[in-house]
Design a protein around this ligand. Sequence first.
Ligand code: PXP
Length: 244
Amino acid sequence: MLRLGVNIDHVATIRNARGTPWPDPLRAARLAEQAGADGITAHLREDRRHITDADIDALMRELRLPLNLEMAATAEMQAIALRHRPHAVCIVPEKREERTTEGGLDVAGQETRMADFIAPLRDAGSRVSLFIGHEPAQIQAAARIGAAVVELHTGAYCDFDTEGDTARRDAELTGLRDGAALAADLGLEVHAGHGLTFATVGPIAAIPQIAELNIGHFLIAESVFTGLDQAIRQMRRCMDEARS
Ligand code: PXP
């Protein structure tokens, strides 16, 4: 079955806007579990703009679901991941000035550095995932350096859909389908995520090689109107319908 990882970063964004203890990301994670999430994703950014070190401590201590820790390839983040040994570590590119993770990681352009970076994480027992675009060169590099997982960036596909640019959206979708097939052929587990909504999740969920989707911002946005439980359950239904 296609797994759903719920990204709780933006519960922390709302909390941090006022410096209060609420809304609590851990409470959101527990609710996500009840609503049928298979895992929780949290991005500890270098500037701690949403998730904090204390959130990661609490999630590791209290959460029953597997935690997918997203982080940049820095020495500080590597040390944090090695201390916690989460179920999965997803390496993402990070720029301080960006609003969100804008593109995929350039694995092909820094293969030796990335291989050296992920080796201790893998040895510590975390499943290492690389957040990349669907370009074959990136997928092949991820396989060569021994990543367990690639997470394919669906942001451009979603943006073109929102803009009504169906030609470019469909071209992205073809790229994602081909990328997922290539990654699976190379023995990689395939995940996908970024920007997914009820409207855009179907064609991605239908890609047979994809084992997991990580979805956050839209679920938190939707929960303002319907509650998190209902938002997650509806996303789950969209995914299941696309798969069946
Ligand atoms: N996957 C990765 C690697 C991400 O960096 C993000 C955003 O933090 C997501 C999935 C979730 O994206 P969104 O919040 O747009 O659903």
